[in-house]
Design a protein around this ligand. Structure first.
Ligand SMILES: NC(=O)c1ccc[n+]([C@@H]2O[C@H](COP(=O)([O-])OP(=O)(O)OC[C@H]3O[C@@H](n4cnc5c(N)ncnc54)[C@H](O)[C@@H]3O)[C@@H](O)[C@H]2O)c1
Length: 437
């Protein structure tokens, strides 16, 4: 039976490499669709948890994971040997930036190298990690072809970006449309058959892996640029004594040609602060400077420092020095209702406050412990006494599970960088982007 037929009959065996925020939901969806899936991860704790049916990713429905594991449709391992038995191999490993803000594709390279001894004719390999246009054909294809296999004839290769939006209750892996670009039309056809047999969302085909890689980056560049635009306007609004939140609410009543983006204390997560710089780096190869991305990076990178300066001013107005002041951060995850601390601006702000001598504590219902600078902190309960004892409560992420009425009632002063206190009237509240100067 050929691979297309196996996919249509859900008899293909699938390997997912990297069982993180992207890979675990995908592995579960593939298993739920009826495929036999093996997840490969170098982290033995994650392997053990999957094999015990224990969920560790917020967007995965725990019962779904437990069911596919107990039904024998999903198992995990740290060995790459299951690649030999697989019909489909999907790669979902990290793509960080190095210290010089240059793409670090070493995770992709390492897992491809580890798979090579097991790859053979008749398989489909799909890269899902976010990366610069050209990675699939420049980094993966030559390695596969070094085995003597011709991509598009013997073995099939495609890129399909992952669009998961952690914490989004409406759009999950299952119902989010998927973009696919294969190296050849046959690669695309097989990859399309894979995703159509798993997901409910539409499948959008583009002409090449490079076009699919660029599509993902366009989506993320669009976000970083628009967030930086509204962050810049929020700084101006502070000076002009205009409330940016009111302005955005008014602007979004326009039913066409406008989409709201909101200011905040800085960018966080594994995607928006990093991915656009993959494109900047690649653009240099073409003698091209991606000025929008660079400018957006500068504006967004300055936001944590701005929040700290504003905190200092607010305390100063009350005759309190930041050195020795007690600051309670509320919400430290990088965005609302998730448990992910990666690149979180709250951590940068916490570090800056500690460097300036503040006495720091934090509360986050989803993050039990966090390292800020050289300090290891534990989330404290949001008790009225703790709120009242803080010289200033700084809301760095607005979670649904926090009672902001109570925060405002008990706090001495609240600096809200997320408009989490929207609708609450109190002279104690100062909002980012709503000026008092
Ligand atoms: N998290 C998101 O919201 C999101 C959204 C869209 C795209 N992406 C992209 O998806 C990719 C993966 O991101 P993520 O958030 O799932 O990362 P993650 O860190 O949550 O998961 C990656 C997993 O890969 C494993 N891993 C690392 N090296 C390995 C190796 N050599 N062999 C086997 N396993 C290995 C890690 O142990 C980890 O479990 C990145 O390129 C990211 O940019 C992420």
């Amino acid at each position: 039976m050929d691979l297309l037929e196996k996919l249509r009959r859900k008899q293909a065996r699938i390997v997912v490499i990297g069982l993180g925020y992207v890979g675990l939901p995908l592995a579960v969806e593939k298993a739920r669709a009826g495929f036999h899936v093996v997840g490969i991860d170098s982290n033995p704790d994650r392997v053990e948890m999957v094999n015990e049916g224990c969920n560790y990713i917020g967007d995965v429905v725990s019962e779904d994971l437990a069911t596919v594991v107990s039904d024998g449709r999903l198992r995990a391992t740290s060995s790459f040997e299951p690649v030999a038995e697989a019909d489909v191999v999907t790669i979902c490993v990290p793509t960080p930036l190095d210290r010089h803000k240059q793409p670090d594709t070493s995770y992709i390279e390492r897992v491809v190298e580890a798979s090579l001894p097991h790859l053979h004719a008749g398989q489909l390999v799909v890269l899902e990690s976010t990366t610069y246009p050209g990675t699939t054909e420049e980094v993966i294809r030559p390695r596969i072809e070094s085995l003597g296999l011709k991509v598009g004839e013997d073995i099939f290769l495609a890129f399909s970006p992952e669009r998961v939006d952690p914490g989004n209750a409406r759009y999950r892996t299952r119902n989010t449309p998927k973009v696919i670009g294969g190296v050849t039309p046959q690669c695309t056809e097989i990859a399309k058959a894979l995703y159509e047999s798993i997901l409910e969302g539409d499948v959008c085909v583009v002409s090449s892996p490079r076009a699919a890689e660029m599509t993902k980056l366009l989506e993320n560049v669009f976000r970083i640029v628009n967030i930086s635009l509204v962050n810049e306007l929020s700084l101006l609004c502070e000076r002009m004594g205009i409330d940016i939140w009111e302005v955005i609410d008014a602007a979004k009543t326009k039913p066409f040609g406008y989409m709201p983006f909101y200011p905040g204390p800085g960018l966080g997560g594994h995607c928006i602060p990093l991915d656009p710089f993959y494109l900047s780096w690649k653009a240099k190869e073409y003698g091209f400077s991606t000025r929008f991305i660079e400018l957006a990076g500068q504006i967004n990178d300055g936001m944590p420092e701005h929040v700290v300066e504003r905190t200092m001013e607010l305390l100063n107005d009350r005759g309190i020095a930041l050195r020795g002041a007690s600051i309670l951060l509320v919400g430290v995850a990088y965005k609302k209702d998730i448990d992910d601390l990666r690149e979180s601006p709250a951590v940068k702000i916490g570090d800056l406050l500690l460097q300036r001598g503040a006495l720091l504590s934090y509360h986050d219902p989803n993050i039990p412990g966090a390292r800020m600078g050289t300090h290891e902190l534990r989330s404290i309960p949001l008790h009225p006494d703790a709120l009242a004892a803080a010289d200033l409560v700084l809301i760095t992420t607005g979670h649904s599970d926090v009672d902001y009425e109570a925060v405002v009632r008990h706090a001495q002063q609240v600096f809200d960088t997320r408009n989490a206190t929207q609708g609450i009237q109190s002279p104690k509240i100062v909002r980012l982007g709503s000026g008092t100067k």
